[in-house]
Design a protein around this ligand. Structure first.
Ligand code: TXA
Ligand code: MG
Length: 310
């Protein structure tokens, strides 16, 4: 299939182009688009066939459910069956933004969005292009990250084109994303609030808003968030995270340079690290690097918790 590349300036949005993309979604097609976290690959969440096409074009494992994106807060009721007080508090505080909430599923959402679960993950992105695309489509948009399954998430259109050109109807090029890592996923489908996937919104901020929140242990055999079973953020190179001082880091770089080709990731600021990490992963993969050595010097007090991924 021929993939249309639609370039849109996020500071001067051409609504005609958004409408073109929205009409593709309405007709059951697939459109990759920017959000503030990473690029998503969208289809109508009401259209079972379109959702099935997402799985095919990404090569996504069949049991990994997809996040549904909305443009106005009230639309959470079109996606979820029950929205309790905890959810309302989180929505008021963090939407639009990088928080995904798992709730009991509304029947209108296509079953293959949630892959047999009776829950649905929903989020309202804070990105003008994403927001307008959802509004103009007139339907909630189911969208996983716009990468081939197993590759690092795309943080600009070039990454999405690299993975999905010829496999989807259109890719909106809206420039670099702001955050660079995926949304935090919190499960509120039972009495116990659990963070299934760590992200920009920290446990501390969540606890301040709704009280007790647990962090799900990704190593558990039967992962609650099915996506946690699979490899994430994974370049072909082996990633080595080095904690501690510069001397320690330099020692590792030297050591691994003897074993193979080394790429280094070193940012002094955690937001810059998040924004550039996946881009660096892809660059180093293109250069066929063997080891990516990441310098980690952050205290994780505010935002970005470290998760356990296999
Ligand atoms: O920032 C983001 O969340 C990006 C942008 C595009 O919104 N999306 C994204 O989607 O990262 P994806 O498909 O790469 O990751 C979705 C995660 C997976 O770990 C999946 O298992 C989990 O959310 N998930 C989706 N629906 C779920 C559900 N009903 N219950 C539990 N986990 C769910
Ligand atoms: Mg993903």
């Amino acid at each position: 299939m021929k993939t249309r590349i639609i370039k849109i300036n996020k500071n001067k949005i051409d609504i005609g182009k958004i409408r073109d993309a929205a009409s593709i979604i309405r007709k059951g097609g697939l459109v990759a688009f920017p959000t503030e976290t990473v690029y998503g690959l969208g289809a109508s969440a009401f259209d079972k066939r379109a959702v099935a096409a997402i799985f095919r074009s990404k090569g996504r494992p069949g049991d990994n459910p997809i996040i549904v994106h909305i443009a106005v807060k009230e639309d959470v009721f079109k996606v979820a069956k029950e929205v309790d007080e905890r959810a309302i508090k989180l929505i008021e505080k963090f939407w639009p933004g990088p928080l995904t909430i798992v709730l009991k599923k509304n029947k209108k959402i296509a079953n293959n969005v949630s892959k047999g679960l009776n829950t649905v993950a929903v989020r309202m992105p804070k990105h003008k292009i994403a927001n307008l695309l959802i509004k103009e489509s007139g339907v909630p948009i189911a969208a996983p990250s716009a990468n081939l399954s197993g590759r690092p998430s795309p943080t600009n259109a070039k990454h999405a084109i690299e993975d999905l050109n010829g496999r989807v109807d259109a890719i909106i090029d809206g420039g670099d994303v702001d955050i660079g890592v995926e949304s935090t996923v919190i499960d509120l489908s039972s009495d116990k609030a659990v963070v299934l996937r760590p992200g920009k919104i920290s446990l501390k901020e969540l606890r301040k808003t709704i009280g007790e929140v647990k962090l799900h242990d990704g190593r558990e055999k039967k992962a609650k968030s099915p996506g946690m079973k699979y490899k994430h953020y994974s370049p072909n190179a082996r990633v080595i995270v080095v904690k501690g001082n510069k001397k320690n880091f330099d020692r590792f770089v030297k050591l691994y340079s003897v074993k193979g080709k080394v790429g280094v990731v070193d940012y002094g600021n955690i937001n810059l690290m998040a924004k550039n990490l996946f881009k660096r992963f892809r660059e180093y993969d293109n250069k066929r690097v063997d080891y990516i050595i990441v310098k980690w010097s952050f205290e994780l007090k505010d935002g970005f918790e470290v998760g356990v991924y296999d």
